[in-house]
Design a protein around this ligand. Sequence first.
Ligand code: F6R
Length: 595
Amino acid sequence: MCGIMGYIGDENAVNVIIKGLEDLEYRGYDSAGIAVSNGSETTVVKTAGSPSGLWDKCKSIKANIGIGHTRWATHGAATEQNAHPHTSEHGMFSIVHNGIIENYAELKSGLDGVRFTSETDSEVIAQLLEKEYTGDLKGTVGGVVKKLKGSFALGIMCSDYPDVLVCAKKSSPLFVGVSPECTYLASDISAVADKSMRIFRLNDNEIGMLTKDSFKVYDTDGCRIRKSEVKIKSFDKSADKGGYEHFMLKEIMEQPTAVRRTLDEITADGKISFKGIKWNRDEISEINNIRFIACGSAYHAGLVGAYAAERLIGCPAEACIASEFRYMYPHLDSNTLVVIISQSGETADTLAALRLAKKKGAKTVSIVNVENSTIAAESDCVIMTRAGKEVAVATTKAYSAQLAVIYALVLYIAMAGEKISKNEFQRYVNELKKLPDKIEQILISAEVGRIPDKILAGDYVCFIGRGFDYCTAEEASLKLKEISYIPCEAYAAGELKHGTISLISDKSLVIALCCSSELKDKIMSNVNEAAARGAKIITVTDIDGDGDIKIPNTLDMFFPSLEIIPMQLIAYYTAKNKGCAIDKPKNLAKSVTVE
Ligand code: F6R
C-alpha cells in the first residue's frame, strides 16, 4: 500500500509529483507529502488527507527534483507528522517508504540520542542513513538496505547529492521511467507508463541511482547490474468517470464489456484456449488437486472456482485465503494446480502464497488484471482478465471478469482430462458466452427499489445462500460492508440454525440468494426459519421464481455472475443514501502490498 512518486527534470517537480500522487491515490489516501529541492535547499510539505491538499501549500515552490508519497497508515495515526517524506535529524536525508520495516524497533534502539519526530516504522530509515553516511551515497544506501527486515520500496534524497534520487526495494513494487528530458520513479507502473519512453522494474535488493538523464542499478555491494526494459503492450489509464457520479457505478455498468472482452480472448468457435497456458494435455490431466488462492473479493471468486472444480473436474478443490495459506503448511506437489487470483497482481499475501506454491513444486497459474504486475511476472502461466483499469476501491468488473476466466479454466481442465462429455462441455461454453448479455439485461432493468432504505432502517443484515449462491452471499456481504460501513454477514444458509439465528429479530433483514435449481427447496426452508423469527426477507430468484429480485436463468454454476449485479447495486445505493465516500472507503486501499 501507499504510493511513491519521484521526478527529476526541467518541469516543476512539485506539479509532476502531486499530479502523480493523485493518480496513485487508490493505494492510500489518509495523508500525503513531498520533499523537493531546487539544488540548494530541500523543502518538505505534508498534509493529513488526500494529496490534493498539497496544491495550496506548495503554490510558491519551484523545484526540479523531488519525491512524494500518499500514505495508508500502518504505524502511527494518519497525521501530518506521520506522513512521509521523513527527514533525518540534521536534514541530510529525506525518504519515502512503502511497506513495513519489521525490525524498526531494534534499529531504533541502536540510534541512541537521535531525535525521532514521528511514530512510524519508516523514519528509522532516514535516521539510519544519516548516522551511517560515509560520503558514498550508493554504498551507504546499500549498507542500510542490508539491515532492513520486512518489505520496502524506497525513494531517497540526500542534500549532498542535490541532482540524484536513489531508490531500493524488497517485496514491494518500484518502477523507473526514463525519457530524454527527465526521469521518474513510481511504485506503480501506471504512474510512469504514459510518461516514459523506457520503463524498468527494480528487483529485490537492487539500488537504483537516478539523475535527470541517467539510470544505473547496483546490488547492495555496489556492483553494477544491467537491466532490461519492461515491455508494455498497452496501458489503460482510463481514469475518467464518463458522466457517472462515481467510478464504482461506472465500473458496475462496464461489466458486460469486461466479461465479453475477457471471454472473447479465450473462447472461439465453441472452444476454450489459453495462450498463457504452457502445459500439455497429459500434464493437465495429471492435475489431481486444485487450490484457488486470493484475498477479499478475489477469494470469493476462488470460492466459486472450488465449487465448480469439484463438480466438473471431480478432484479435491479448495479456496484458500492467501494470508492464511502459508500457515496451513499446505501439502502440494507437481500434480497440484495453484490458481492465484488478483486484480492488481501485487497483493502481498497472494504473492507470498504464489512463491510458496512454486517452492513446493506446484503448477501455478495466475489470473490478473494488470499485465506487468509482479504476480504475472512470477507465475508459471498467466491468464489476463480484460476488465480495464478499475479505479473504485471496491472491485466489481474485475471480480466479474475473474469469474469468467475461472469458469473457462475449470471447463478447459475438465475437458482436457475427459471429465465431462463434449456435449456437456458445449452446453456450458454456449451458456458461458451468454453471460455478458444477461449481465447487460440485469443492468438495464435493475431496480433495487427501497432495499437500501430497509438496510439502513434495520439493525442486522445477513446474506444467505447454498452452493454457488453461498459464494455470492459472501461477496455481496463484503461489498455492502466495505462501502457503506454497515456490519453484515454472509452465511451458508444451513448454518443459520447453528448459532446465528439467535441474532435474528424483527429488525433484521435477510437477503436470500435462491437461484440454484437443485437447492431451491432447502434455501426456502431457511428463509422461512428467519421469517418465522420476524426478519424482513428479500429473495433473489431466477426469472421463473417469485423473488423480490429476479435474474435471467442460467446453469447453476454461472448464477454467481448474475446474482452479484443487483447485490453490487444494493451496496452502491445504500452507501450513497448514507453519504459514504463510495470510491475511496475509509481505511481501505486498492492495492494491498503489505502483509
Ligand atoms: C473488495 C476488494 C478486495 C480485493 C482484495 C484483493 O472489493 O477489492 O477485497 O479483492 O484486496 O485484491 P487483488 O485482487 O488486487 O489481489
